[in-house]
Design a protein around this ligand. Structure first.
Ligand code: ADP
Ligand code: MG
Length: 639
């Protein structure tokens, strides 16, 4: 077949769509007649198990053959590598896995024999290369690829997926969210308007997404799910049922064999009401039992309940009720289980869409999108919007987070905010970019830190630092900071140093809910303390330099309020700090007025009045973290 294509140099490269799954991966394209189809191997298999084996002889095996080797060569055979994409070594070390992790920081690397180590990006690239080769064989040329990712994937995970695509020799046109791909495969974009839920139950993960189609534009309204819930859990529940009283005494090998057999029984139960299981276990023991669909459904009921709970939460996040949903799409092999379909139908009060094979629907949608992007169809009308899974912001004074792009903002997105200096003569800003829902930066996830230097010394509040966040169509974040008076600029693309899984996103969201009230109080207290420190500093400085302007008794009055504010700021009540700030403000007003008058008189005599100007009092300060020497040095030069 390959020969034929060499003889046919006129074949136009075809854009392809790839579903890079945790358990299975597959590739699809759109035919000349406009129909998306998946590509099969010579055995007519479309699903490639997402398994990669680095054999001792140096060869790399991908797919079913690798999967079969997993049992006897676990350390060199990678399964579910998607879970490690874009994550740091520290995160990977926390999860149970049979691989030899080398090093403790940066991207994880696994030793695969003879001094060779591979990264999750490299392992994923092997799967993608296999799919690319399949497409090359079949189509003669590949003209760009769309690769799907879960909607909750963060910057690092998306970047890792793109890197894997590049490494596999693919021109990655775009990353596309899996649920959006499923909606495209069903042609829902033709409807112009509607609300859809995508329920994706795979082998080891469950994802639920609320999509809104608004005038032909898709928006992911919310996402939810469970990163450790899927068909594998059903296998385990069924294995327990099959083993009966013996379940507690099974060896690891027997349990594994039983689970593998249970999976076949589970598949059969999707078609039939009763299955006679006759399973031989290692060591010669036998399990014979008739399982009814009812027994099985009872065993998996708690698992289904968990998916429904996550689905309800996603609806709540999108501020929608089940009745608002126009259609539900089923994705993932485990949705073939009739009980899943029934449970979903019941929750939403309507039959879910199932006409497209749930294993293939995502790859088919990716092919449709690739086709559109490559301009094959003449339709460029579909603009796909996804959402940010977590808020993005910067740390401001006192460690408080200022959100710049809130969670669930449709992407691509851009937003800017102006900040100012907190300290006089500050010549640099340290910008700390964070992700998460908590009020304090220490409770959020740190994405990047960078410093903007070389700002000429100015009084506090004078510099105007515009911080701009841009998230591109692939979900990658670009941060830039510009001091508007001087034009000094600095930018950073967030690099995939630290990864983050959907379970961690889930945990961060739960944390934020849990600590919500507490956090708001902590934030208010921190903000008031920062303001108190600012006022106290300014007051002390004014008393030092302009003591001659004080009236009799005024000093004592101000001092009294200074002490009161210091005491309030040491306490925990933010209302008390706010009141003390107001009192001090009130007490120094006459004195401040006299200082202002004098400054004006001096200005009229041609002197500077910069010291009293404070046009951006509303803006939040960012503290300078530059070495004291540098700050002072410049101050002296200025004088
Ligand atoms: P992933 O998205 O994680 O790659 P898949 O969508 O390929 O996963 O789903 C794999 C799961 O689907 C497995 O647990 C498998 O047992 C299950 N599955 C496949 N076919 C059936 C079936 N006919 N009935 C029930 N479950 C099935
Ligand atoms: Mg999948």
């Amino acid at each position: 077949m390959a020969l034929l294509q060499i003889l046919d140099p006129g074949a136009k490269p075809k854009p392809i769509g790839i579903d890079l799954g945790t358990t299975h991966s597959l590739v699809a394209y759109v035919t000349a007649t406009g129909e998306p189809v998946t590509l099969a191997d010579c055995d007519n298999e479309t699903l490639v198990p997402s398994a990669v084996r680095y054999a001792p002889d140096g060869s790399v095996v991908v797919g079913k053959q690798a999967l079969d080797a997993a049992a006897h060569a676990p350390a060199e055979t990678f399964l579910s590598i998607k879970r490690f994409m874009g994550r740091g070594s520290a995160d990977v070390a926390k999860e149970p896995h049979p691989y030899k992790l080398v090093g403790t920081d940066g991207a994880p690397r696994f030793e695969v024999g003879a001094g060779r180590a591979v990264t999750p990006v490299e392992v994923s690239a092997e799967i993608l290369r296999e799919l690319r080769n399949r497409a090359l064989d079949e189509l003669g040329g590949v003209g760009g690829a769309v690769i799907t990712v879960p909607a909750y994937f963060d910057d690092a995970q998306r970047q890792a997926t793109k890197d894997a695509g590049k490494l596999a020799g693919l021109d990655v046109l775009r990353l596309l969210n899996e649920p959006t791909a499923a909606a495209l495969a069903y042609g829902l974009d033709a409807k112009k308007n509607g609300t859809f839920v995508v329920y994706d139950l795979g082998g080891g993960t469950f994802d639920v997404t609320v999509l809104v189609l608004d005038d032909g534009v898709f928006q992911v309204k919310s996402t939810g799910g469970d990163s450790h819930l899927g068909g594998d859990d059903m296998d385990r529940a069924l294995a327990e049922l099959l083993a009966g009283d013996a379940a507690a005494n099974l060896t690891t090998d027997s349990r594994r064999a039983l689970e593998l057999a249970a999976r076949q029984v589970k598949h059969a139960l999707s078609e039939r009401d009763n299955v006679n299981a006759d399973i031989e276990l290692p060591g010669g023991a036998r399990v014979t039992r008739t399982v009814s669909r009812t027994d099985f459904e009872q065993a998996i009921a708690p698992l289904l309940d968990r998916t429904l709970k996550a689905a309800r939460r996603a609806l709540r996040d999108a501020k929608l009720g089940a009745a608002d949903v126009d259609g539900v799409i089923l994705v993932g092999g485990a949705t073939r289980t009739p009980a899943v379909r029934r449970a979903v139908a019941e929750l939403f009060g309507k039959e879910p869409l199932t006409s497209i094979d749930p294993d293939r629907v995502v790859a088919l949608g990716a092919a449709v999108q690739a086709d559109i992007l490559a301009g094959e169809t003449g339709r460029d009308d579909v603009l796909l919007l996804d959402v940010l899974p977590l808020s993005l912001g910067v740390e401001t004074m006192g460690g408080v987070v200022e959100r710049i792009l809130p969670r669930n903002t449709p992407i691509p997105a851009a937003a800017a905010q102006v900040f100012t200096t907190y300290a006089d003569q500050q010549t640099g800003f340290e910008l700390h970019v964070v992700q998460g829902e908590r009020e304090l930066a220490a409770d959020c996830r740190s994405l990047a830190k960078f410093t903007l230097r070389g700002i000429p010394p100015m009084s506090a509040g004078m510099a105007r630092l515009e911080v701009r966040f841009e998230v591109d169509a692939n979900g990658i974040l670009h941060v830039s900071a510009k001091e508007q008076r001087t034009g000094i600029e600095q930018s950073v693309d967030v690099e995939p140093t630290y990864g983050l899984g959907d379970d961690e996103i889930e945990r961060m969201l739960l944390d934020a809910y849990e600590h919500g009230e507490d956090d708001v109080k902590k934030r208010a207290l921190t903000e008031q303390r920062v303001e108190a420190a600012r006022i106290l500093d300014a007051t002390r400085a004014a008393l030092r330099t302009d003591a001659t302007l004080l009236e009799p008794g005024e000093r004592e009055l101000i001092d009294k309020h200074v002490v009161a504010l210091e005491m309030a700021a040491a306490g925990e009540d933010h209302h008390a700090v706010a009141r003390a700030i107001e009192s001090l403000d009130h007490a120094i007003k006459p004195f401040a007025g006299r200082r202002m008058d004098r400054a004006f008189r001096e200005a009229l005599r041609g002197r500077d009045l910069g010291g009293l100007e404070s046009e951006t009092a509303h803006a939040k300060g960012i503290e300078s973290h530059l070495p004291q020497g540098e700050r002072d040095g410049r101050t002296q030069v200025e004088k």
